[in-house]
Design a protein around this ligand. Sequence first.
Ligand code: GLC
Length: 434
Amino acid sequence: MNISQQLSRLKRGIFRIKRFPRFLILLIASIAAIQFLILPALTQQPVTVQVLMSALEASQWQPFVEDFEQQNPGINLEIIEGPNETNLVEDLYTSAFLLGKSPYDLVYLDIVWVPKFAAAGWLMPLSDRVSEDQLAEFLQGDVEGGRYNGELYRMPFRSDGGMLYYRTDLLKQGGYEPPETFDELMQISQALQQQTDIDLGYLWQGKQYEGLSAMFVEILEGFGGFWVNPDTLEVGLDQPEAIQAVEFLRNTIDKGVSPPGVTTYAEEETRRIFQNGEAIFLRNWPYVYTLAADSEIAGQFAIKPMVHQPNDSSGACQGGWGLGISKSTKHADEAWKVIEFFNRPEVQQQFILATGYAPALKSLYTDPELVAKYSYLPKLLEVLEKAVLRPPIAQYAQTSDILQRYLSAAITQSLSAEEAMNRAAQETRRLLGD
Ligand code: GLC
């Protein structure tokens, strides 16, 4: 083969080598485009982010869920409706996490669940996603209630604090000022129960569940007592103040101010009876305000801080709800988008306007549109700034369970107030390792 033949063979070879890869490259590129670009685009499903909450609140979230999905077309926010009582919802989350297959990407947390859920490792830390400046916009109690061992696990969504509702028309009719002390509450109730055709004086949550503990911390604070000191784990349930607090509750039933059925009532039962115009006083959370304003007693009730002993101050139990991200989710960023959306001031403002819950964002307490609708907001802020926390300890659920059992025994007359509180204190000390 001469040089020119060799050259032309080499060229053909090169040409062949060149032609083959070109074809291959085109083929590979087309397959890749189908596989990685076109197919996913055609089959891509929006990511679903799931969260569980009480049925009552799920219905209130729904209009906002629609707004969120419109603004975030790649994310479906699915709300699973649970029972209305907080500890029943807590049980559902707890069993899902214990089984290790939680379907929930987001956790809508009552303030009292945070230490337990965080200590169990069920929640993702959030402090990388939010600055301290952003957190400073929220009520301090609500932010602190979202921390455990210095880490943030829950963003506040709405706050809560227990209040005393009273019938303005009936008090006026009897010539009474709203009560400040426990004794005044009893006296006004008894007098009005006699003078009017209203049978029930004072309604509170006496059922054996978390609401009983929440209500009790307010009575305890009003008597100057304490439950568990979170720093020292000292237990105060067998102190005279705590026993007096239980005696007060028993007295409301003994004296006919509260009906015996009060020992089976949660928030909703008491709200309905009060709204029907059947009672003078009610202990409940701010959510009742909007619902009652649209009921038979519209325009005939007001709220004030809880009553107390003459030398003590009133206590509002610090409640409240917020969102955390489940440690096991595969969609943490999408879950955070949901949190960001629900934390926007305009979303919170609209949510509060529609529901009457206590805002978690401080600025909303002076928001003109909100204050025009809920004139009590500035006062509520004062109450919430001094709200009493239930002990923020990892064993809170068991601690509260002990208290609920013994309180229930005392108010249903199975044990004396003293016996019940002595036993509650002992069991709590044993639990907390004293
Ligand atoms: C309200 C409060 C919550 C509390 C519960 C008790 O939902 O926000 O903190 O645990 O009532 O029933």
